[in-house]
Design a protein around this ligand. Structure first.
Ligand code: NI
Length: 230
């Protein structure tokens, strides 16, 4: 028993390293995940997860329009089914959409069959409301595991993570969120933001600070696909 007890935390730590979104490892090589684009191009991708949201998304779209920015929205299929007109509006405004699963599960706890189902349900919802089948996907919490590899490959998804986490969902003031992002962005960065979480106007107000500051540094805000393009 003793050796088993002693190895349990080590195995747990290994599983954490393999699966959690914050650390890159062998699963990323297998899944060919992207946390950022080439570092020699002066672009930064802004990505917004967990929408569409009936309160936040229209305000965010207005703000992006005023800033003349095209971004990437990783949509939840369940929300798309609830608010199809909002998904449509995102695409009509020229933004890119990606698949963020149907119910936002932590995928390392699920078999590849249910991961495929989550992705397919979301593809169906997005295609029905927008006419677009997303080529990009992002696992909730960045959670990936050896069990997910086949599921994403089967549906030919390009798996997009991030190298700059705004932590906007924590509800910090907008200028703190903006400062955090601006301290960490580099050419080719992909920034994780949210379209439907707590924090009131935090994300939208932060974006209004981030975009001009990026441009002042010569970094153009683009979609994730544009940031990843060679
Ligand atoms: Ni999410």
């Amino acid at each position: 028993m003793l050796p088993l007890l002693a190895t349990a935390p080590v195995a747990g730590g290994l599983a954490y390293l393999l699966c959690y979104g914050g650390v890159r490892g062998p699963v990323d090589w297998l899944m060919r995940t992207h946390a950022h684009g080439p570092r020699d191009r002066a672009v930064v991708a802004l990505t917004f997860d967990d929408g569409p949201d009936p309160e936040r998304t229209p305000q965010l779209l207005d703000a992006l329009d005023a800033l003349d920015v095209k971004a990437t929205f990783f949509l939840l299929g369940s929300k798309v089914d609830a608010y199809p007109a909002l998904a449509r509006r995102i695409v009509d405004a020229g933004h890119e959409v990606g698949n963020h699963t149907y119910r936002h599960p932590y995928l390392p706890l699920h078999r590849s069959r249910s991961v495929v189902r989550e992705l397919m349900q979301t593809d169906r919802a997005i295609a029905q409301s927008t006419g677009v089948v997303p080529r990009l996907a992002r696992p909730p919490y960045g959670g990936r595991s050896p069990f997910n590899v086949r599921a994403f490959a089967k549906l030919e998804k390009r798996v997009v993570l991030w190298d700059v986490n705004s932590f906007d969902w924590r509800g910090a003031p907008a200028d703190e969120v903006a400062t955090r992002v601006l301290e960490r962005v580099r050419p080719g960065s992909i920034v994780l933001l949210h379209d439907a979480r707590d924090g009131g106007e935090t994300t939208i107000e932060a974006v209004k600070q981030i975009v001009p500051a990026l441009r002042a540094r010569g970094l153009a805000p683009v979609t994730a696909s544009q940031a990843l393009a060679r």
